[in-house]
Write a protein that binds this ligand. Sequence first.
Ligand code: AMP
Length: 287
Amino acid sequence: MIILKHSAELQAYLHEKRRDGVSIGFVPTMGALHGGHISLLKASRKSCGLTICSIYVNELQFNNQEDYLKYPNLVDTDIMQLEEQDCDVLFLPGDKEIYPEDKDKDRVFDLGHLENVLEGKFRPGHFQGVCKVVARLLEIVQPHKMFLGRKDYQQTLVIRKLAGLLHNKVEIETIPTLRESNGLAMSSRNMRLSEEEREKAALLYKSLIQLSNKILNGTFGEINHELNSAKTSLQQAGFQPDYLEIANPENLLPIDGNYQSEDVVILVAAYLNDVRLIDNLHVAEGA
Ligand code: AMP
């Protein structure tokens, strides 16, 4: 694996590969790699001639400074994992490569309502920050395909919208959420949980499964009642939920009243002590 820190070097390298007709797969990450990231890399290796992983902890997408400061930095073990996966290139840029000038931090993207619901509502500015870094990475890497995890469901929709706004033809492939054996969605933030908290954190997924099962077996009652009682159970178990909602999987508009369809996504975000966890389940797809 080659490790490049400068965008000019990476662009020169990729220019040659593109000229030789090699398809370029891209997996953007913030490092502290786990099984979820690895499944994205595997998908890229399977369908592209060359796989690039980037590791960059983008301060602009953290609406909470403490969360940013506590974000794990494990570059050495990340490099070992990437080598084990036969990743071709690791792009490890510094701030100046991503935001060469201060004005690059001021770009604004029109994300419509996607920016103001769910994660957007509870993490103001988060998706603008995500778009700034992804727009810049797309500009540098110009991949044929980009691989994103469904664990960050709303982010996948935001990035699709971004690609449209940029008229970028990158093909976006989304990969199912990888989970621990107890159902907890893998996340770099799980490193901040104790053993006991990790066990408890699996309750988030269990509550998604319970709601999904009710929808599938026709015992799901009035929406607000069902969601409020699931939230109360989470609170009683020690979580502080930001939201638990059922939405249209295409656009995340809320589902009101007596919905008829299994084609809905259930999304949750909750704090367990000071660690914020998110998860989701697309009922029709069971993942
Ligand atoms: P992050 O490093 O958290 O920014 O994540 C980088 C990419 O990995 C994003 O596309 C995430 O959605 C994806 N990802 C994170 N956790 C998981 C998981 N448990 N399963 C699958 N993909 C994931």
